[in-house]
Design a protein around this ligand. Structure first.
Ligand code: S3P
Length: 447
């Protein structure tokens, strides 16, 4: 594949100019949905087909984990992923599950591991080994699982031994779709009802996709209820799933054009789940012209459509509270927009950013400063004062975090001098082909 070659094995990229950035693009499949449909397909009885499965490192690690649990997968002659499910009868994963960089992979598979009557070791790379796991392990222990920490307590590597789970009534201490999804997956193996209370609404892909399998998940405001099957794991019918484009990947191209009049981007077949698209409102508030055309059937499990953005002179805004979970992965891009907009842009209530693939508050603040942006770090976010006179004055480094590498490449499109970004291989974790698409959208990039 041409786009894989573009950045494969490269350690740094220099973005030379982005004056003529814009165009039409269909981004790769949604990462969150890809993780979930793979797991649900592995739980089903028979062969499920997944059209548009995102073959990024994170999702492939989840797939390898499911294979270790006994699910099989192939790419069929149409290029789609086919998973042959286990009907919920997973094997012991003797080598343990290496989830690489994937927080979603480790937390969702922790939910499965908790349902199984044997121990499963879960681990990953250095970044994953620093990510908090008590948020999933504490409630899993309340359900009846046993967790053993192999290194620092609270962090991977860890082993989870399950079986004989009971449903729980539990208030999530953090707004996290990963935690909610982990507990919903564990619930399938539990006796009785699980009731989860979210502090704020988070992405609801798991609930939507489970309902397709006739799992009776009910949602009422911030409460999610699901009955467990205990020892009577049902025959879940295999499906043909369609994974729309990833809104979080499309967001890079929205921001690439948003701050310059005359730039336009059209992102086709992008996921429009309302719990993911808060960035569109932020862009509108800041002054960009955003049009959305839903092309999927309104009854579709995951809505998708085309998003057209026209750039404009932007003004600062505040992003906080309820909006945060619905643009959590786009916050580095909000910081980029802040550097380009007139006035102050404030990100607040976003402490969660400190425990993502990197401390995204610290890494963005450092990188913005290295492009001479006026930015103030706050415990739960930052304040950016723009528009910046972007001038490289330090090393831009991804700190191994895919979204930091890509957000900084987008900011580089607005800089009149070449900007070099170090540590770019990490973009493979969520967006294989990013550097090719950057080129496709009109940027000049050298490796
Ligand atoms: C994800 C949920 C979010 C997000 C992550 C993917 C998911 O994490 O940041 O990239 O697929 O459930 P939290 O739910 O922990 O905030």
């Amino acid at each position: 594949m041409k786009h894989r070659k573009a950045a494969h094995g490269k350690t740094q990229a220099t973005v030379l100019a982005g004056e003529h950035v814009g165009g039409t693009l269909e981004v790769p499949g949604d990462k969150s949905i890809s993780h979930r449909v793979a797991i649900l397909s592995a739980l089903a009885s028979g062969n499920s087909k997944i059209i548009g499965y995102l073959q990024c490192e994170d999702c492939v690690n989840t797939l390898r984990g499911l294979e270790q649990f006994g699910a099989e997968s192939i790419i069929d002659e149409e290029g789609d992923l086919v998973i042959s499910g286990t009907g919920g009868r997973f094997h012991e994963a003797h080598e343990g599950l290496d989830l690489g960089n994937s927080g979603t992979g480790i937390r969702l598979l922790a939910g499965i591991a908790a349902g199984l009557p044997f121990g499963t070791k879960l681990f990953g790379d250095d970044s994953l080994s620093k990510r908090p796991m008590r948020r999933v392990c504490d409630p899993l222990e309340k359900m009846g699982a046993t967790v053993t920490w192999h290194g620092e307590p609270g962090f991977p590597p860890m082993s989870i031994r399950g079986g004989d789970l009971q449903g729980i009534d539990y208030t999530l201490p953090v707004a996290s779709a990963q935690v909610k999804s982990c507990l919903l997956l564990a619930t399938l193996f539990a006796e009785g009802m699980t009731t989860l209370h979210e502090p704020r609404a988070t992405r609801d892909h798991t609930e939507r996709l489970m309902r397709v399998l006739q799992i009776p998940v009910e949602v009422e405001n911030l409460t999610v209820r699901c009955p467990g099957y205990g020892d009577d794991f049902p025959e879940l019918e295999p499906q043909e799933w369609y994974v729309p484009g990833d809104f979080s990947s499309a967001a890079f191209w929205m921001v690439a054009v948003a701050a310059t009049e005359g730039r336009t981007a059209v992102l086709q077949n992008v996921g429009l789940n309302g719990r993911r698209t808060a960035l569109l409102n932020v862009l509108r508030r800041m002054g960009a012209d955003v049009e959305v055309e839903q092309v999927s059937d309104p009854a579709d499990v995951e809505p998708y459509g085309d998003v057209k953005i026209k750039g404009a002179a932007l003004k600062g805004t505040t992003v906080k509270g309820r909006e945060i979970p619905n643009l959590i992965d786009e916050l580095p891009l909000v910081a980029v927009l802040g550097a380009l907009a007139e006035g102050e842009t404030t990100i607040a209530d976003a402490r969660e950013l400190r425990v993502k693939e990197s401390d995204r508050i610290a890494t963005m603040v450092r990188n913005l400063k290295h492009l001479s942006v006026d930015v103030e770090e706050r415990e739960d976010g930052m304040v950016v004062r723009g528009p910046a006179n972007l001038t490289p004055c330090g090393v831009i480094d991804s700190h191994g975090d895919h979204r930091i590498a890509m957000a900084m490449a987008i900011l580089a499109l607005y800089c009149s001098e070449p900007v070099t970004i170090r540590g770019i291989a990490c973009t493979e974790t969520s967006y294989p082909g990013f550097w090719y698409d950057l080129h496709h959208m009109g940027a000049q990039v050298e490796f």
